[in-house]
Design a protein around this ligand. Structure first.
Ligand code: PLP
Length: 414
């Protein structure tokens, strides 16, 4: 008989990303010619994990207290100020005037998602997530005694808004509350980025469906926002739509220090809650502080203080932005190269605008994965797609890879 509690017996981390990533890393250690396009971290053109010089310099300036003392559970005022300045940018004053905002430090964007699922789903409720997704969403749901349903991400190469609306209406009927997850821009795994028009239609619908008092929580997972080719300012434009949402709506932005500042292992991120109703924000702060305390007590002080130091100092922030822009430009070059090469060899990809990943529809991804490993290429098979992490490979690899994937598919008759 299992010693595990009933709900835990079926627990098994089925995500193969970490496992296959570890295999690829080992293989690359033995043979540097191996192409490792598995784990979602950013590597430079020499194959070295990118760390930002400006962030490293700020790290050296942190005092022992700033690094090693306990942090407060929600994070310090300066961390919160840094988050708001960074995320709202040119709209900072507008947000401060028109909405209520509260920040909660979390271990990465992961902690932000987990806390949100904990506090905005009743037992057995379904969270609405995309059909092509970062698989961890499903685990966060189970861990929080909830379930999930998926919306079609695409119809005719664009966001399937009809399917999102249909699912929202059904959930409204069924559970009288909605928690919708949108991962934008640079969606993982596809790289899809919503258009301005899609954002307007979505936020209008959220207003409409919640106008009768139905609680609507929009979890906006913005992990990759700073790698969008449109640049820092343009990517903030659609956030303004949140200022028009009614008092039954709460938006929670999941911010990832892992991606924006390449602080993957430091485990720092945040929930940034926005609402036009102060009550929603007060209860957000109370409940999420409780959950943070119950789950991880507090985050790394080092991570939060480091982010505050880089962002709140004009000179440091500008230097960091320049480095981040350079990294983004290389990522854009990789993407352009991969997409052009795919077109040349007739390799289909799912709609892509920008980001760390490009996804290829595939009937038998496990077989293609095995075939490619024989050719020293490691990518991730996921359901009915293959995910290529372009943030982890070079421009030269991006030129070669589509043909190698296409050839493997042809050899396997796929
Ligand atoms: N959201 C998405 C879509 C991701 O891909 C990731 C990480 O890969 C995260 C959130 C959270 O990352 P972290 O917890 O490291 O901030």
């Amino acid at each position: 008989m299992s010693l595990l509690a009933k709900r835990s017996i079926i627990k098994e981390d089925k995500s193969n990303i970490i496992t296959l990533g570890a295999i690829a890393k080992e293989e690359k250690k033995k043979d540097p010619s191996v192409i490792n396009a598995t784990i979602g971290m950013y590597y430079d053109e020499k194959g070295k994990l990118v760390t930002y010089k400006s962030v490293n310099e700020a790290l050296m300036e942190l005092t022992d207290d700033e690094k090693y003392a306990y942090a407060s559970t929600p994070g310090s005022n300066s961390y919160h100020e840094a988050l708001k300045r960074w995320i709202f940018r040119q709209y900072y004053d507008e947000f401060m005037q028109k909405t209520f905002v509260s920040c909660m430090a979390t271990p990465g964007g992961s902690g932000a998602i987990s806390n949100t699922f904990t506090n905005y789903l009743n037992e057995g409720d379904e969270v609405l997530i995309p059909n092509y997704m970062w698989g961890n969403y499903k685990q966060f749901a189970y861990e929080n005694h909830a379930s999930y349903r998926t919306y079609n991400l695409f119809k005719d190469g664009h966001l399937d808004l009809d399917d999102i609306k249909k699912n929202i209406s059904e959930l409204k009927e069924k559970q009288k509350r909605i928690l919708l997850v949108i991962n934008d821009p640079c969606q993982n795994p596809t790289g899809y980025t919503m258009t301005d028009e899609e954002w307007i239609i979505l936020t209008d619908f959220i207003n409409e469906v919640s106008s009768d008092g139905t609680p609507f929580i929009l979890l906006h997972d913005m992990a990759y926002i700073d790698y969008d080719y449109r640049g820092f300012d343009s990517t903030r434009n659609n956030l303004r739509l949140y200022q028009k949402l009614n008092k039954n709506v709460l938006v929670i932005l999941a911010f990832s220090g892992s991606k924006t500042l390449a602080l993957y292992g430091i485990r720092i991120g945040a929930q940034v809650a926005i609402s036009t109703c102060e009550e929603n924000i007060i209860e957000f702060a109370k409940a999420n502080k409780f959950s943070s305390r119950a789950k991880w007590s507090n985050t790394t002080n080092l991570g939060a203080n480091l982010i505050a130091k880089v962002i709140l100092d004009d000179e440091k922030r500008k230097a960091f932005e320049k480095e981040l822009e350079d990294a983004r430009n290389i990522l854009v070059k990789r993407a352009e190269t991969f997409i052009a090469s795919s077109k040349e060899v007739g390799l289909e990809t799912l709609p892509f605008q920008c980001g760390f990943f490009i996804t290829i529809p595939c009937k038998n991804p496990d077989e293609v994965y095995k075939k490619l490993v024989q050719k020293k290429i490691h990518i991730i098979p996921l359901g009915n797609v293959l995910r290529v992490t372009i943030s982890a490979i070079t421009i030269a690899d991006c030129k070669l890879l589509p043909k190698m994937i296409k050839d493997a598919m042809i050899e396997l008759n796929i």
